[in-house]
Each structure stands twice: as structure tokens, then as C-alpha cells.
Design a protein around this ligand. Structure first.
Ligand SMILES: Cc1ncc(COP(=O)(O)O)c(C=O)c1O
Length: 381
């Protein structure tokens, strides 16, 4: 456990709490969750399930109705053929990542985690006794992994490659040809791929989500992780899923059985409602995110000393603050003192240094105010 750090975001929250106690007004742009309520029809169907007695253990795999709906969704939207028996309903995508790592990795196996990255992968790899290996996601490549960079870090012990598209914290989205390159390298070196697709519906401009598992020869070496948190604003419900080849599902279901047993029964009914009802709620949240994204990015781009690429997915901007000549930790503290909290890029690994993560999951008005404060803080710098 000594190798597993507390989340770096905690330090920022502590500073925010301290300043708020002193009466300062801080706009918190650290939070990685949609700011919308869960759509009403999902709540209604869940309440109904609860009232109708869906209060007991479900199968360890999850409700059949949910896994049937997931199997159909994977086919229709991702062009993937996973049987309901190859899907486990999990306690959020977090749980799915943990199961996937524990099931695939032996002590000493190496896991390639492109970086800057959501820190969860590294900690789960450590918990499995494996060795996380960093490889840079370069800003000039739109924060998409280059095959030549990937090949450089592959050794005889490499077992798993983690891909997260659309990506947290960068907003990078892999196109089909970029995924084909990843697939080529994975097949050449016999790697498994953990594909975290939790932001799949949040792509902008011409970006389009593609699952690597849909490429030729990849389904049998891919583990798909996904969930309801981001698409349906259901972070607190804790519902996700993992889809994988049967032998891995057989390992994961035993882990699942002896840790959480099953995802909460009536919450799974909410998942069925989310999947089988109109998807209008997803597109309206996405279009609101898109409006905010455009405003935030254009404001950031207009500030001297800050360079911000257009994020093509998720709900984060990842501005480069290297021209300010300070570390991302120092920058985060400077901006907090001017009333805006953002996550220092170093929280997301070595290659996150020199960047800040801004979550635009706050109202347009609040974001405008935050951008004014950032502008003033840079002038004051
Ligand atoms: C890339 C990524 N995957 C998974 C998750 C966790 O999702 P869940 O709420 O379903 O556990 C997050 C949450 O921030 C995330 O950013």
C-alpha cells in the first residue's frame, strides 16, 4: 500500500477548504463529474423498481435485463458482439478497471499507461503487483499515443496497454486510423488492451468515438470498461460495466463475487432505463458541454502565457502553462489565490507537468466568471 498514493486532487481541495474557511470565494473547476441532475425518467424507473421489491441480491453478473440491454447497445453503437454472459455490471467503471487489472496481471507484468492519465489505472496496476510504465501523450499529437512511442516501451514483460478515449484529463480522442496503429502494435507484441470508453458520448466537432475492440483481430484481446456516470450524470449511483472475452470474465466474476457481490439491485434498474429510453438527455447534456467548451477554450487561447488546444472529447480543457515559467503546482496555488481552483497537471503523471486541468462541468455563467479571474490572475503574475 506504500506504493499507492492518495489522490493529488486532495491537496487542492484542502487548500480550497482552507481559503473558504477564511471567507474567500473560490470557483472550483476540479470536479470530474457532470453538474446536471440525473434525468427524471431514470430516477422514476428506479423508484418504481425499489417499490416493486427489487431489493435483493442479483446475479453476480448483474440483472439479465441490464446485460441484454448492454449487449444490444454494444452491438448497435460500437459494432461489438459481446454476449450478455461476457458482461458484468460493476460498481462504477472504477470497479471494472480494478477487476480487469486483477484478472489479467501477474506480479511483475508491465502495464503501459499513456500519460498524462487518470491516476486510477496506475494504482490498480500496483494493487495487482504489476509495474506501471509511462509513455507520453504528446500535445503536438492531440494527446493521442504515437505507435513509435508505444513500441519504445514494450518489453518481454509487457502484458497490457491502457487506452482511454475520449481521454481524461486531456480531452484527446483517437481516430480510427490511430486505433488501427495501436491494434497493429498490440497484435505484433501480443498485448491485451484495456479500453476505458466512459466518455464515449462526449465527442465534439468532427471527432467520433470508435472502440478499438471493433477493429479486426482485437475483440479477443480487448477489455471494454464503461459506465453510466458521465453519459447520464449518474456518478453517485455507482454503476458501470466490463465486457471481455469469456476466460477473463470467468476470472473477474470470481473477484466480483468475493468483493462486492453485485452492483446495487435497484440501481441496475436505473441502468436499464438509461439504456432503453430516449437518448435525448445525453445529447442535450453534450450540447451544453460543447457551448461551454468553445467559450472556455477561446477565452484561454486569448490569454498571453497560456496555450490551450481544442479538446475533442470529455469535459476537460488542458491548457499548457509552461510559458508562465512556474510548475503546475505553483500555478494551481497562484490561481486558487485568485479565486479559481484547477488541478495541477502533475497529478496526472510526469508528462502532465506544465499543464492544468479545467473541468467545464459548471454553468456557463460560473465558467465566464472563472475565465475573468484566470485572466486577472495571469496579469497579476
Ligand atoms: C477515465 C475515467 N474512467 C472512469 C472513471 C470512473 O467512472 P465511474 O464513476 O463509473 O466509476 C472516471 C471518473 O472520473 C474517469 O475519468
Amino acid at each position: 500500500m506504500d506504493r499507492i498514493p492518495f489522490s493529488g486532487i486532495r491537496k487542492v481541495f484542502e487548500k480550497v477548504n482552507e481559503l473558504e474557511k477564511e471567507g474567500k470565494d473560490i470557483i472550483n473547476l476540479c470536479i470530474g463529474r457532470p453538474d446536471f441532475d440525473t434525468p427524471q425518467h431514470i430516477k422514476d424507473q428506479t423508484k418504481e423498481a425499489l417499490d416493486n421489491g427489487l431489493v435483493h441480491y442479483t446475479s453476480n453478473y448483474g440483472l439479465e435485463e441490464l446485460r441484454n440491454a448492454l449487449s444490444k447497445k454494444l452491438k448497435k453503437e460500437n459494432n461489438l458482439d459481446f454476449e450478455p454472459s461476457q458482461i458484468i455490471a460493476t460498481v462504477g467503471a472504477n470497479d471494472a478497471v480494478f477487476l480487469a487489472m486483477m484478472a489479467t496481471l501477474n506480479p511483475g507484468d508491465e502495464v503501459i499507461i499513456p500519460n498524462p492519465t487518470w491516476p486510477h489505472y496506475e494504482s490498480c496496476a500496483e494493487m495487482a503487483g504489476a509495474v506501471p510504465v509511462e509513455v507520453p501523450l504528446k500535445e503536438k499529437n492531440g494527446f493521442v499515443l504515437a505507435a513509435e512511442d508505444l513500441e519504445k516501451v514494450i518489453t518481454g514483460r509487457t502484458k497490457l496497454l491502457v487506452l482511454n478515449t475520449p481521454g481524461n484529463p486531456t480531452g484527446g480522442v483517437y481516430g480510427e486510423s490511430e486505433l488501427a496503429e495501436m491494434a497493429r502494435v498490440a497484435q505484433k507484441h501480443d498485448l491485451m488492451v484495456l479500453s476505458d470508453e466512459i466518455y464515449e458520448y462526449l465527442t465534439y466537432d468532427t471527432a467520433k468515438h470508435v472502440s478499438i475492440a471493433a477493429l479486426p483481430g482485437m475483440k479477443e484481446r480487448s477489455i471494454i470498461v464503461n459506465g453510466f456516470s458521465k453519459a447520464y450524470s449518474m456518478t453517485g449511483w455507482r454503476l458501470g460495466y466490463v465486457a471481455a472475452p469469456s476466460d477473463l470474465i470467468s476470472a473477474m466474476i470470481r473477484l466480483h463475487q468475493y468483493t462486492v457481490t453485485c452492483a446495487t439491485a435497484f440501481v441496475q434498474a436505473g441502468g436499464v432505463s438509461a439504456l432503453t429510453s430516449s437518448q435525448e438527455c445525453v445529447s442535450s447534456m453534450k450540447s451544453e458541454f460543447d457551448k461551454r467548451r468553445k467559450m472556455v477554450v477561446s477565452r484561454l487561447q486569448s490569454i498571453e502565457g497560456i496555450n490551450c488546444q481544442n479538446p475533442r472529447g470529455a469535459f476537460y480543457a488542458f491548457p499548457n502553462i509552461k510559458e508562465l515559467g512556474i510548475t503546475s503546482d505553483e500555478a494551481a496555488y497562484h490561481f486558487i489565490n485568485h479565486g479559481v481552483a484547477m488541478v495541477p497537471g502533475s497529478t496526472f503523471g510526469t508528462y502532465g507537468e506544465g499543464f492544468l486541468r479545467i473541468s467545464y462541468a459548471s454553468s456557463y455563467k460560473i465558467l465566464e466568471k472563472a475565465m475573468n479571474r484566470i485572466e486577472d490572475a495571469v496579469k497579476a503574475f
